[in-house]
Design a protein around this ligand. Structure first.
Ligand SMILES: [Zn+2]
Length: 124
C-alpha cells in the first residue's frame, strides 16, 4: 500500500463514520478532530501520510477537521514464544524491519502495525 492508497482508505473510512454520525444527528454534525494511527511497521512515513491527507481533506465534507497522524505500535508473534511489540528499525529507503526483542529473528507473524486506521474521530 502506498501513501496515497493509505490516505484514500482512511479518508473513505472517516467519511463513512461521519455519514453515520450525521444521520443520527440529522445532518448537524461537524468533524472537529481526526486522529489517524499509522502502524510503525508500515513503510509509509508519518509526515508523508499527513501531507497526502491534508490534500484529500481539502474541499471534502470534513475540511475543517483538525488532523493528526500518530504512530501505532506493532504487535507480532515469534516462534520463540514472544508476543508483543517488536524492535523496529529502518533499513534504508522506506524499508522497515521488525525484529523479535527476545531471539532477534525477523520472520515474525505480524498482527498489527502495518496499516492505517482511524484512532479517534471527534464530532460536534
Ligand atoms: Zn523470538
Amino acid at each position: 500500500m502506498d501513501v496515497y492508497e493509505a490516505a484514500e482508505k482512511v479518508m473513505h473510512d472517516a467519511l463513512v463514520v461521519f455519514d453515520g454520525v450525521k444521520k443520527r444527528h440529522k445532518g448537524k454534525a461537524k468533524v472537529r478532530r481526526l486522529v489517524i494511527g499509522l502502524g510503525e511497521l508500515s513503510p509509509i512515513k508519518v509526515n508523508e501520510l499527513a501531507d497526502a491527507l491534508a490534500t484529500l481533506i481539502e474541499g471534502s465534507e470534513i475540511d475543517n477537521a483538525e488532523l493528526e497522524v500518530v504512530t501505532s505500535p506493532g504487535v507480532v508473534e515469534c516462534i520463540c514464544g514472544f508476543s508483543g511489540r517488536p524492535t523496529v528499525f529502518e533499513v534504508g529507503e522506506g524499508k522497515v524491519v521488525a525484529e523479535c526483542p527476545k531471539c532477534r529473528k525477523v520472520e515474525l507473524l505480524v498482527h498489527e502495525g502495518k496499516g492505517v486506521e482511524i484512532k479517534e474521530i471527534i464530532v460536534n
